[in-house]
Ligand binder design. Structure first.
Ligand SMILES: Cc1ncc(COP(=O)(O)O)c(C=O)c1O
Length: 406
């Protein structure tokens, strides 16, 4: 008789998993109070957005926070604030969400993709150094899934080549590099509060920095070029309206109250899974370097060795999912494979600026990560130790009965 649930056997897990987003009466009361206040945008005294900016920046070990409408807006403004301009090159990894690179395009600059390390999934500092040209103005390390990049090396490279470091800290709520939270370890950074993220108002983002001048520029760019203290209809720069609403800030203040405890739980559960799943031949959890002192774990990921398991990864994922433990993968392809890049669909700017031939690119580690990762979602990591054991049991069961999949 078949043992695996995919073939009709009993499931390892029938209980539901923690769901996301998490909210309670606090969010409802905060939203109701905001509706009743009649102050829905941040243009008033005692703005909740300002209160949230201060509270989140302090939580994240940054001096300044500028709340915006999304993580994409945060990165776009951050790049503009550090002076990235037409034709400049910005070094980014291709194993990330598209916004890491489109924020560069939005500033009429050129994303230069360099590979990530297979073992950490983070940008490879050696590859950064090799890609620097006289046109390079910034580096964008992406702390993917809240796993810190090697910021000591990246900041050192930036200092030696006079470059700015703009952190894509979209996944870094509570994540730490050498016991310091991320987002303002480089010059400036951007965080996302989109719905899947560990603090959310449905959408939203924040720019973090320790530099007062950059904070002032970012504030002005997100506020249509206005400067505090100057007349309302006096615009100094070509900015955007990326202001966060009071509703978003009201919800995010509630979410901020939970993030520390939730992050610690995901971190500890992640370490446990590293250890338990790491014992299974054919699975290699991503490497945790000593400076990754707390990993936010936007998902749990491990590399899958098809030769050792003897079945294609999709089949393995399906079988684990059938056991009641939803098992996903990574991105389907590196960013340069998107039609946007492969065909340079950037408009007439391509007649003025030289872009690499993205369509011919092949960065092996990024390509492998797209094919060889298994992953479990962030909400799973909010479970108990027993819940983590269910993940391990499901994986072990599929491994032990892998013949049923052939
Ligand atoms: C690594 C990374 N950078 C940037 C973003 C952009 O954030 P948002 O969706 O809030 O615009 C995301 C969102 O998924 C992301 O995962």
């Amino acid at each position: 008789m078949a043992k695996l649930a995919i073939n009709g056997g009993a499931k390892v897990r029938t209980k539901p998993w923690p769901s996301w987003p998490i909210w309670d009466e606090r969010e409802i009361e905060a939203l109701e109070a905001t509706v009743r206040s009649g102050h829905w945008g941040r243009l008033y005294e005692d703005s909740q957005v300002e209160e949230f900016e201060k509270a989140f920046a302090e939580y994240q070990d940054a001096k300044f926070g500028i709340a915006v409408t999304s993580g994409t807006a945060a990165l776009t403004v951050a790049l503009k604030a550090v002076g990235v301009d037409i034709g400049d090159e910005v070094i980014v990894p291709p194993y990330t969400f598209i916004a890491s690179a489109t924020s560069v395009l939005q500033n009429n600059a050129v994303p230069i993709f360099v590979d990530v390390e297979l073992e950490t999934r983070n940008i490879d500092p050696d590859a950064i150094e090799a890609a620097i040209t006289p046109r390079t103005t910034a580096i964008m390390p992406v702390h993917f899934s809240g796993r810190a990049c090697d910021m000591e090396r990246i900041n050192d490279i930036a200092a030696r080549h006079d470059l700015m470091v703009v952190e894509d800290a979209a996944h870094c709520w509570g994540a730490m590099w050498n016991d310091r939270k991320l987002g303002a370890v480089g010059d400036i950074g951007g965080v996302s509060f989109q719905e899947s993220k560990h603090m959310t108002a449905g959408e939203g983002g924040i720019i973090l920095t320790n530099d007062e001048e950059l904070a002032a520029k970012a504030f002005s760019y997100h506020h249509i070029g206005r400067i505090p203290g100057r007349p309302f209809y006096e615009h100094h720069y070509c900015g955007w309206n990326f202001r966060m609403t009071e509703f978003d800030a009201a919800v995010l203040m509630c979410q901020l109250g939970r993030v520390e405890q939730q992050t610690q739980r995901r971190h500890e559960n992640g370490l446990y899974l590293d250890e338990q799943l790491g014992r299974i031949a054919g699975l290699t959890p991503l490497r945790r370097d000593p400076y990754m002192t707390r990993i936010a774990r936007h998902s749990f990921a491990a590399l899958y060795d098809e030769e050792i398991f003897g079945v294609p990864i999709e089949k393995f994922r399906e079988a684990v999912s059938a056991e009641g433990v939803g098992c996903g993968g990574g991105y389907p392809h590196p960013l340069y494979k998107n039609p946007l890049f492969a065909e340079k669909r950037f408009g007439r700017i391509t007649e003025m600026i030289e872009y690499p031939d993205y369509g011919d690119m092949y960065l092996p580690n990024s390509e492998r990560l797209c094919q060889e990762l298994i992953s479990f979602g962030q909400a799973y990591l909010l479970g108990t130790r027993e819940d983590m054991d269910d993940i391990v049991r499901a994986v072990e069961k599929v491994k032990q009965n892998v013949d049923e999949l052939r």
